[in-house]
Design a binder for this molecule. Structure first.
Ligand SMILES: NC(=O)c1ccc[n+]([C@@H]2O[C@H](COP(=O)([O-])OP(=O)(O)OC[C@H]3O[C@@H](n4cnc5c(N)ncnc54)[C@H](OP(=O)(O)O)[C@@H]3O)[C@@H](O)[C@H]2O)c1
Length: 325
């Protein structure tokens, strides 16, 4: 039986660096190889993080027989192609969010993983953070009663650059897919699939949403308001309001270090969290544990969740007629 998982990283951009740092704090895991479009870039990344093997192409990384699992850190538009490359080569995959550009691509990825009997998971790191686990625990304990409303936002002022991944339509730009996915994720996690969605977006000069807002309505009397933007620093909080109290997950709520539980009886408690590293260690530990147990999906973030998530993103986008090639 395997006791150690050898990781490969595909792509050497910003998130790949953060993930490499987090991975150093994961038990039973080794950062074994990196793949980049250029050998020079792969070498630089490998030297920085002390990685024994550096490849100048993604295909070479995928074909290294010693690699167990590959973390895909390329721009959204390449997620499906790179996931399929790795699965085809017999590797388990952890692929950055959004899982792909649309439900059709996600279905193809899931189909391939099942065909090859390989592990696959979306890298929705927030799902695995202690704050979110605690939030679920508090809600199940009944301290805030039945959830009635959720307010969740994610916004920052990005330097406008039409070529940059965030604004560039060819690279899957737009606030919904990049950061709006977090409010959609937490609402889906806590309330499930909505019965009605109303949304609107401000489409910028590059043809992608610079700002967007959505309302999810549920036939059982629940409602959520969600928003994202690249044009302003918003509170970036999530507030979950129930019949008996509320939970406020403070800024930046997708990677929070504290939350406040306020109950209708007047009590209020701040709850603090420490991370072992930068927070990416939790998702990497989950994947490592799943692989060591021979699982093909994470029980905490099953593929059915990612299918629902992408279908919500598709529905919202379709309301603004925003289509990617
Ligand atoms: N979970 C999180 O907290 C989080 C945070 C930020 C981003 N992300 C996700 O991670 C993904 C990457 O984001 P990032 O901010 O790391 O992007 P980035 O800094 O632009 O890096 C992307 C990397 O992808 C590779 N790549 C392959 N084809 C490319 C192309 N045509 N143009 C540009 N890069 C290409 C490049 O690596 P090589 O040159 O080495 O091939 C590049 O360094 C996105 O899908 C994003 O949603 C997640």
């Amino acid at each position: 039986m395997k006791t150690n998982i050898q990781w490969g990283i595909l792509g050497t951009g910003r998130i790949a660096e953060k993930f490499a740092i987090g991975l150093q704090h994961v038990a039973n895991a080794q950062l074994y190889a990196v793949g980049s479009r250029s050998k020079e870039q792969a070498n630089l990344f490998a030297n920085k993080f002390n990685i024994p093997h550096a490849y100048g192409s993604y295909a070479e990384l995928a074909s290294d027989p010693q690699v167990d699992v590959i973390y895909i850190a390329s721009p959204h538009v390449f997620h499906a192609e790179h996931t399929l490359l790795c699965l085809e080569s017999g590797k388990a995959v952890l692929c950055e969010k959004p899982f792909a550009m649309n439900a059709r691509q996600v279905n193809e990825m899931i189909k391939k993983a099942r065909e090859k009997n390989l592990f696959l998971m979306e890298a929705l790191w927030t799902r695995f953070l202690p704050t979110i686990r605690k939030t679920e625990e508090l809600i199940s304990s009944g301290v805030i009663g039945d959830i009635i409303q959720i307010q969740s936002d994610f916004g920052f002022k990005a330097e406008y650059d039409p070529q940059w991944r965030l604004f560039n339509k060819k690279l899957g730009g737009g606030s919904l897919l990049d950061i709006g996915i977090y409010p959609v994720f937490i609402t889906l996690l806590l309330l499930g699939m909505p019965d009605e969605i109303v949304s609107s977006a401000v489409i910028g000069p590059t043809g992608v949403d610079e700002s967007m807002a959505a309302v999810f309505k549920y036939n059982n009397g629940k409602i959520a308001s969600l928003s994202s933007t690249f044009m302003a620093h918003t509170p970036t909080e999530t507030i979950i309001c129930g019949t008996e109290g509320r939970i406020r997950i403070h800024r930046m709520w997708h990677t929070p270090t504290y939350m406040t539980l306020t109950q209708n009886n007047g009590t209020s408690e701040d709850i603090y969290f420490d991370y072992a590293s930068n927070g990416y260690e939790y998702e990497a530990q989950e994947v490592t544990n799943c692989l060591l147990q021979g699982l093909k999906e994470s029980p905490l973030l099953p593929l059915s969740f990612s299918e629902k998530l992408i279908s919500l993103l598709d529905t919202i986008r379709q309301q603004w007629n925003l289509e990617y090639e």
